[in-house]
Design a protein around this ligand. Sequence first.
Ligand code: MN
Length: 499
Amino acid sequence: MTFDELLKKLDYLNAQDKKLIRRAFEFAEVAHKGQKRFTGEPFVQHELETASYIADLKLDTSAIAAALLHDVCEDTPCTQEQIRKNFGRKIAELVDGITKLSKIRIVRRWLVIRDEKELQEFDRYTETLRKMFMAMAKDIRIVIIKLADRLHNMKTLQGVPKEKRLRIAKETLEIYAPLADRLGMGELKGQLEDLSFSYIEPEECEKLKQRLADKLDKKEKYIEKIRKILLKKLGKEGIRAEISGRKKHLYSLWLKLKRYDDNLSRIYDLVALRVIVSNVEECYKVLGIIHEMWRPLVGRIKDYIAMPKPNGYQSIHTTVFAQGGEIIEIQIRSRKMHDHAENGIAAHWHYSGKKGTLDYLRRKINRVPRSELKWVQELARWQKNLSDNKEVIESLGLDFFSDRIFVYTPTGDVKDLPSGATVIDFAYAIHTDLGNFTTGAKVNGKMAKISTVLQNGDIVDIIKSKKETGPKQDWLEIVKTSLARNRIRHFFKTHKPRF
Ligand code: MN
């Protein structure tokens, strides 16, 4: 991919914005000069591909510039200060946010899971990592750029040393894909899952592909026939629709097969028909027309328009006996619902070019369906203070878990603590005995006092005293969590000084 190819996708930006983006590209090109990806390509290819995906989503200028610069602070001597001087505070903050997210990793000991109990523990662990991800990203664009970054890394994973591949694929499947899903970015989620699947379960993946080979071909031909019939019929009824076939993503098919006794003939949406119309009214009209033509299967009509999925997905699904008695699934939705189903929260970030007002911003937020925000709402509240109303989208950030921090143990476990928590709180969060006999800690490899306030992403190694010293009275003033406070009080109650 070349810079000119990226430029072609930026028609929605003005000349000044494009100039800034060119500058960001040239900066990245110089910074990464001589560096190569594992695939042997010049490093800057990765920045171009990441930015290209962000441009496909039609995010704003800062997001594209940040995508081009996203590895500069991590992989070259360039500092955040230099980014700030050259590109301003906002872009520097985005780049910094993306760099920080690199701390989120699945540690080696979780690469093999031996039993059900470990699996449950692993699920809790990955959920914490997902929360940590959102907590550390102060701006939704940071999350989206990081997902785009991961998509290109997954596409080029073959070049990465073998021992790293499994970890990266697992992170993608367990952290990145679920996040994409929760943000409603269905297309990205599907791609990330399928890429991970081929590395985590290579044999299963290959087997499934082979099983599908001729079946898919037949099904696609059949769907094409039905597509034409339906298009003609809708035309006669005065409805202008766009109809296409969509293949089910491999990984989600694999999961579904497990629920259907591995019986491929029970999967009706291997290839589904997707009907896109202009509004909700037409969606229901089309449903009526289809049911008039072909008999629906009992219990298979799902109205996600009236009842959207928790991530905001909307569509009507129905399964019918079409021509010749073959069973197919048809999905009906409006253009807006479709954009949302593919790109989720990013669809609401489309750069409009309007240098708007607070009012404009509020209207934009209000258009995000309530249901979509459900998960986000649990974690976040919309930041309302706008520092600069010139760039509307720039100033819209998410303040996830503003009052929580996530801290690592030396083995890579994560503890979720209130912000302001100290080394002592962390020690008690691990184990009462560890808390009681803490004498100090190494925070990110450096010696630290037990009263040290911890930060997001810190790695904390507690030092336990050899003698059983017990907590001190003044610890009660230092600790932030009630857990630590209760344990300290309990210690004093049960270890009364002897006279
Ligand atoms: Mn990268």
